[in-house]
Design a protein around this ligand. Sequence first.
Ligand code: RP5
Length: 189
Amino acid sequence: MSSTLMTTLPVVSIVMGSESDLPVMEECAKVLDELKVPYEVHVASAHRTPRRVAELAVAARERGIKVFVAGAGGAAHLAGVIAAQTSLPVIGVPIDSSPLNGLDALLATAMMPGGVPVATVAIGKAGARNAGILASQILALADPGLERRLLEYKVFLGAAVEKADNSVKSQFRGRAGAGPGAAGTARKK
Ligand code: RP5
């Protein structure tokens, strides 16, 4: 019962480069809510408020933070700049906020020089959600309760696919060419 996550003090720090990134980064917050992982949220920009980013990175351990999740778009240096100033793990979320639809942010976030890793997830909302799950998986190494909630989440994901499988099969049932209870070759033209 000595787990850090038994407290309400934040253990994940979500940082985004702009308020315009919030609709994407909200997905990270949502999954942390579902998994009951306490977090803090900041807007700080590697380019517009570099000193603020440095303060957040350097003082994170003192605040009890264990993992950073940093999301930014365009020339996305936020995750890398945080990683440069802390030994905490940093997960980077490339955001599709530019004319290049996040490809620029993906490369800027992932292509870090040797020695300064950023664990980069997919572009956009799926990436933000995965960042929350990955942060939780890191924390779960020392938290059996969280590990249990992550396993329950996997069961939930599997059940959703099985439900979809049944739903799609029922839509094809009775159609010419469809096998018993399955899609079969019904879509053959
Ligand atoms: C990046 O520039 C931010 O992370 C955001 O994705 C993008 C646009 O920011 P705003 O101009 O909307 O503030 O630094």
